[in-house]
Design a protein around this ligand. Structure first.
Ligand SMILES: O=c1ccn([C@@H]2O[C@H](COP(=O)(O)OP(=O)(O)O[C@H]3O[C@H](CO)[C@@H](O)[C@H](O)[C@H]3O)[C@@H](O)[C@H]2O)c(=O)[nH]1
Ligand SMILES: [Mn+2]
Length: 836
């Protein structure tokens, strides 16, 4: 094509309103400067407790300022992209490249096969020539249940694909479509067809769910496909040979749908697993898929979706190709990342799961500076770039040549010859996991991979069309959410502390702004310290009458007030602009605090432990299902606490600390002769405490008022309630319980101990004591009960273990009525304090 005829396949437009943002950012910056001046000028004299608390607070504020600076970098420039799909069709209709789609699943129990196949069906039904489409499912669960579901999906696709075309179905996940769509009433013939496909789907779903519930495949079904024989050799999900089955071979002239049109290729792969080999979680699965697919279809474009994230837009492939195939700029793009949206969010996003501001404002910012990160699901890759090729500006892609398919072997030959590519030993002494494929060793394998790709000279694209392109499942319990964020924050922090730290690794490879823009995510985990300090220490100091903020009557209060309020108001504005609700923003803020004090905290320490070699890599898969009762509460937007976890201990502890400090402060204001003097001195501090109490409101509810099973488990409640008693008894040294099988509790213990020390140091005398320590009753004690040892003995044992562990002169333990009714019968219910 001659140069002047060139019409781009996409357009890039800058965001409006950047100037306003920059002015605002400048004003915040000025505010921060004043805060720093204040902190330095009014530093308390040497030798006082005040001095150290002051310095600590100052450090926390410096950290927040630095972090704010990083988030401002992300917003400095922003662009959005517009693909022109029609131009693509006009120009390249015959030369469209092959696209290989990788779906990953890992566990049939928490990622049910019926969910997996809906994702598979949705991508099989893309509006794209089926002979150029190949779908690969990686099953790390190595489960015949999933395999069976895939067989069913292969059969059903013969009806489903033509049905999607005929009825212009959207979305093309059968489950999602039939959940909301109604049959076309106007035409009885069509209506009948519609209903019959719906029935087919429902019958299939029922068959799949029955086998899943049975947890085994009945003999008569096993006989129907040779693939099941593979499971005769599977000893467990961690120990089996490669299972590779080409369920639909797109080249086979008989592989057609009910209307005679070809079907896309469909492949099931469970890579080899052996206990002595590390399998590298999703990254390992993806790399096995890259190799196997290179022999079977070798599509130059690869789409990666998680099993819970179905395609919600049948045009996504073509939209993405507008970038890769643009004659002028296309060759420099390695991947096109879509936002990850979730279909099961509640109206006000109870657990802040929409990430709207990140997706609508921050990622366009990354895009303007060189390209977004690769965040896993919903990402189209150029195969070469994913396989480690460096960007070469002289290398032009010839799509015509690329789309030819060369493989001649039959499906069964391919099945045999490709197995070795997915074996445990294949990667030994190769660059896989290092320079080739997805990078190993990090729980956010995607982000680190994206960064290395960008550092090899490639650019990436962030595409956020009107219609949400991919819809997934967001965690439906607080604990799930916190655990997911622990993995993320840990993974990100690992990147920051590794040789892949964007600041150093990206030097001279990617723009400075992009290097900086990676940092807010990489440093999520590092936020925990400053946040914990800010939510705990000012409250404690309030009780000890240490003022940490300027008097409300002085002018110095202005920068504090401006930065705090303007910044939050701006955040609210952003949230609303991105389509959120006010309540949603409040929930988001709460989650932000919860995550920082728990997920990030544990993520932070686990990263450090890993660096020191004490802890191994893990990947806790996020559950995609929950029981009906939990779901009901989720829909009512009731926060789910119904589990024991050290994370909840921290939340409860901090909430109680905030509550007691506020009560203490209020008491002081009332009792003090000169109210206004107290208010003048402690105004901001009291405000901060009250704010924290407001944020923690659902925690108090869960601790004391809720009756449903989503409340705080009674063990934590009693523990936290005990705080109330403890505080009344005067000087407190500490109490905790010890759960030996939970490594994290050591961490909680350490923190509680620190807190106890601080309290001790400050010596509150008979005042309300701010130390709030949760006692959690452990399985140990319950098992003592089980063995019919008298309660008293058990409690004494616990008390002694606490004493020993904390090396405290005293410890208090409350006798406890076990939660479990059967245990309750043989133990008397006494609530008494034993001091020893
Ligand atoms: O050993 C494993 C573990 C996980 N997975 C798959 O990886 C995907 C992501 O796992 P999930 O538990 O759903 O994690 P999320 O936190 O929801 O996923 C986000 O974060 C991950 C990195 O932590 C990214 O890989 C994902 O794309 C991104 O959506 C799922 O399809 C799993 O089946 C495997 O294939 N093998
Ligand atoms: Mn997921």
């Amino acid at each position: 094509m001659a140069k002047d005829d060139y019409v781009p396949l996409f357009e890039t437009r800058p965001f409006k309103g950047r100037i306003l943002f920059r002015l605002f950012a400048a004003s915040i910056f000025v505010g921060i400067c004043f805060i720093c001046i204040y902190r330095v000028r009014f530093l308390p004299e040497e030798g006082k407790v005040e001095r150290w608390t002051w310095i600590g607070l100052f450090l926390a504020e410096l950290w927040f300022s630095f972090y704010w600076f990083l988030t401002a970098v992300c917003r400095w420039d922003s662009v959005y992209r517009l693909p022109y799909k029609d131009r693509l069709s006009q120009r390249f209709d015959k030369e469209l490249p092959g696209v290989d789609i990788f779906v990953c699943t890992a566990d049939p129990l928490i990622e049910p096969p019926s969910l997996v196949i809906n994702t598979v069906l949705s991508v099989m039904a893309y509006d794209y020539p089926p002979e150029k489409l190949s779908i690969y499912l990686s099953d790390d669960g190595g489960s015949d249940l999933t395999f069976y579901a895939m067989l069913e999906a292969a059969t059903f696709s013969k009806q489903w694909l033509p049905f999607c075309k005929k009825f212009k179905v959207e979305p093309r996940s059968a489950e999602a479509y039939f959940r909301t769509a109604f049959e076309p009433r106007e035409d009885p013939v069509k209506a009948r067809e519609w209903l019959s496909v719906k029935k087919l789907y429902e019958d299939m779903k029922m068959r799949i769910e029955t086998t899943t519930k049975l947890n085994r495949i009945p003999e008569d079904i096993r006989k129907q496909h040779k693939g099941f024989r593979e499971w005769d050799f599977v000893s467990s999900k961690h120990d089996h040979q490669t299972i590779l089955q080409i369920l639909i071979d797109g080249r086979d002239p008989n592989a057609v749908d009910v209307e005679g049109r070809p079907l896309p290729t469909l492949v099931y792969l469970a890579r080899e697993k052996r206990p002595q080999f590390h399998h590298h979680f999703k990254a390992g699965a993806m790399n096995a898929l890259i190799r196997v697919s290179s022999r079977i279809s070798n599509g130059p474009i690869i789409l990666n979706v998680d099993c819970d994230m179905y395609s919600n837009n049948s045009e996504s492939i073509k939209n993405s190709l507008c970038f890769f195939m643009d004659e002028e700029k296309g060759d420099e793009f390695a991947y096109v990342q879509y936002p990850q949206n979730f279909e099961n969010l509640t109206k006000n996003e109870l657990y802040g799961g929409s990430y709207r501001v990140i997706q609508k404002l921050e990622f366009p910012g990354l895009d303007a500076n060189g390209g977004p990160c690769y965040i896993g699901s919903g990402c189209f890759h150029r195969r070469e770039a994913l396989c480690g090729k460096k960007y070469d500006k002289d290398c032009k892609v010839d799509w015509k040549r690329l789309h030819e398919r060369k493989v001649k072997e039959s499906a069964s030959v391919l099945e045999e010859t490709c197995k070795v590519l997915a074996s445990c030993t294949f990667e030994q002494n190769t660059q896989w996991g290092k320079e080739m494929g997805l990078t190993y060793g990090c729980p956010v394998e995607d982000v680190i991979t994206g960064l290395t790709i960008q550092c090899r000279g490639w650019k990436s694209i962030y595409l956020m069309p009107q219609r949400e392109d991919f819809l997934g499942v967001s965690p439906t319990t607080l604990l799930q959410m916190l655990i997911q964020h622990k993995r993320w924050s840990e993974g990100h922090l690992q990147i920051f502390l590794s040789r892949y730290c964007s600041l150093l690794y990206g030097h001279k490879k990617i723009p400075l702004k992009l290097r900086l823009a990676y940092c807010p995510y990489n440093l999520w985990g590092a936020n925990c310290l400053a946040t914990l300090y800010y939510v705990a220490v000012p409250c404690l100091c309030l009780l000890r009458a240490i003022s940490l903020f300027p008097k409300t009557s002085s002018l110095w209060v202005l920068p504090f007030a401006y930065v705090a309020f303007a910044h939050r108001a701006y955040s609210l504005g952003e949230f609303l602009w991105c389509g959120g609700t006010f309540q949603g923003w409040c929930n988001d803020q709460r989650m932000w605090m919860f995550k920082r004090t728990t997920s990030y905290f544990f993520g932070f320490f686990d990263t450090i432990l890993k660096l020191l070699g004490y802890s191994k890599a893990a990947f806790v898969i996020t559950a995609k299902i929950a029981d009906d009762e939990v779901l009901k509460r989720y829909e009512q937007e009731l926060i789910e606490f119904g589990a024991t976890s050290p994370m909840f201990d921290i939340l409860a502890t901090l909430a109680m600390l905030n509550l007691f400090s506020s009560l203490g402060a209020i008491k002081k204001v009332i009792l003090e002769a000169d109210h206004s003097k107290v208010l003048d001195l402690f105004g901001l501090q009291i405000l901060l405490c009250l704010l924290l109490v407001t944020i923690n409101f659902p925690v108090y509810q869960a601790l004391f008022f809720r009756k449903d099973n989503g409340r705080m488990p009674s063990s934590s409640v009693d523990g936290t309630l005990s705080t109330g008693f403890l505080t009344k008894t005067g000087s407190l040294k500490g109490a905790l319980c010890w759960v030996p099988d939970d490594g994290h509790l050591i961490l909680v213990c350490m923190c509680l101990k620190v807190l106890a020390l601080v309290v001790d140091q400050l010596d509150y005398g008979d005042n309300i004591c701010g130390a709030v320590l949760s006692i959690r009753f452990n399985e140990d004690i319950l098992s003592v009960w089980n063995r019919n040892v008298s309660d008293h003995q058990a409690v004494m044992a616990l008390r002694d273990s606490i004493k020993r562990h904390l090396k405290l002169p005293h410890s208090y333990v409350m006798e406890y009525k076990p939660h479990d009714a059967s245990l309750r019968d043989n133990s008397s219910y006494r609530k008494a304090w034993l001091r020893g």
